[in-house]
Ligand binder design. Structure first.
Ligand SMILES: Nc1ncnc2c1ncn2[C@@H]1O[C@H](COP(=O)(O)OP(=O)(O)OP(=O)(O)O)[C@@H](O)[C@H]1O
Ligand SMILES: [Mg+2]
Length: 381
């Protein structure tokens, strides 16, 4: 565990970048520092590996004052990733990744073979190994940066806005990749961002900082969303925190109806024989959703998909959150959401009203699991 204990950083010109910061960074989890520009995030990160020395207070690594370790040993135990990856432009991708193992005295072959293994781990095609950084996209370069930081297998990764310079789609891919790598390798990751959505998505714990280097709140993301400590945190979280909080409520307890579901060609008609639901969800022969049939539309012959109402993006029952279920319901003109199993086959349907009741029940029961157990309970969608 990394303990930041009463740390202040005053730069020589008198700027107080970090002000009496105390918090514990848990092992094997992602801790995110988030806050507006200039609030001291980078300074905090750099104090952890002693690129910046605290003016007051101390940082303990597994109980030991970080100043008692030789600085090189300390830095070797902490991979560092920055925005735009900071790659060596004159080295190939494979040699960029092999940098630290080579410094540690590994043979060229061993270091390169480790580098190729890591390329695969971060989702880079092996054919890119011999290219130079300028021959890669920004997102690919960022993956190389992560691979390079992982090369000597350090227990800790420090990441300073690593994904800020790439477009939203690539960014989402990189975030998903980081979560996967974290789950596989169990690294302790300290991640800096100014994007609260990124913080909520990635963080097991999130430290919200305010200008002047003060800690505003330190909590699991679900708790930030449900109980912001003050107006600053609430404002920083943004307008739709209620909706975003639904990401932490699982959809597992929604009662799915299979009555209003029929494969095309079975001759059923909506409203007459679908019970409570006025619409009939029509699937293909494989059980995949095609769309909703309006009342009276006969489905005995082959159904023209053009005559069906769209069913939104289905949610994966039990795996996705209530937010995904609600999104599906509001995107369909019928107000009903379609649940599928892991292979995309329809598991059942659920009305907007039933989702609303589940949301109320979840709120009443305080069943935002993430609030008490951190990201281990984070729901996928
Ligand atoms: N070497 C320095 N000398 C003097 N002041 C500094 C120095 N480095 C940073 N600062 C100041 O310390 C404060 C915190 O800076 P820091 O870089 O930690 O912020 P940040 O939260 O990472 O911001 P950003 O989101 O813009 O990267 C800022 O006011 C900054 O101007
Ligand atoms: Mg910074």
């Amino acid at each position: 565990m990394i303990r930041i204990d009463g740390v202040t950083k005053r730069y020589p010109d008198g700027t107080v970048a970090v002000d009496r910061l105390s918090l514990d960074i848990p092992d094997g989890a992602i801790t995110v520092f988030v806050g507006p520009s200039g609030c001291g995030k980078t300074t905090t990160l750099r104090m952890i590996n002693r690129m910046v020395e605290p003016s007051e207070g101390r940082i303990l690594i597994d109980g030991e004052d970080s100043r008692r370790q030789p600085v090189n040993t300390l830095r070797r135990s902490m991979g560092y990733v920055i925005q735009n990856a900071g790659l060596f432009q004159h080295r190939t991708i494979v040699d960029n990744i092999a940098t630290v193992p080579r410094l540690l005295g590994w043979s060229k072959e061993k270091a390169r073979s480790r580098a190729r293994e890591l390329m695969e781990r971060v989702g880079l095609d092996g054919s890119l190994a011999k290219r130079y950084p300028y021959q890669l996209s920004g997102g690919q370069q960022q993956r190389v940066g992560v691979a390079r930081a992982l090369a000597a297998d350090p227990p800790v990764l420090l990441m300073d806005e690593p994904f800020s310079a790439v477009d939203p789609v690539v960014r989402k891919g990189l975030q998903d990749e980081l979560l996967r790598i974290q789950a596989e390798l169990g690294k302790t990751i300290v991640f800096v961002t100014h994007d609260i959505d990124e913080a909520v998505k990635l963080g097991t714990m999130v430290a919200v900082m305010r200008t002047g280097g003060r800690l505003a709140q330190y909590a699991p993301p679900a708790e930030l969303l449900s109980d912001p400590a003050d107006a600053f945190v609430e404002d920083f979280l943004g307008a739709d925190r209620g909706i975003r909080r639904l990401s932490f409520f699982p959809s597992a307890e929604l009662e799915l109806l299979t009555g209003p579901v029929a494969a095309a060609g079975t001759g059923r008609t909506a409203a007459r024989d679908t019970g409570d639901a006025p619409y009939l969800l029509v699937t293909d022969a494989d059980g995949r959703p095609l769309g909703w049939a309006e009342p009276g539309l006969p489905t005995d012959g082959p159904v023209d998909p053009g005559r069906l109402l769209p069913c939104g993006r289905p949610f994966v029952a039990g795996q996705d959150s209530l937010r995904a279920a609600l999104d599906c319901a509001v995107l369909s003109p019928t107000g009903w959401a379609v649940a599928v199993d892991g292979s995309g086959r329809v598991a059942g349907v659920v009305s907007q009203q039933a989702i609303g009741e589940a949301i109320r029940a979840a709120h009443a029961g305080g069943r935002s699991d993430g609030a008490d157990t951190g990201a281990s309970a984070k729901v996928a969608g």
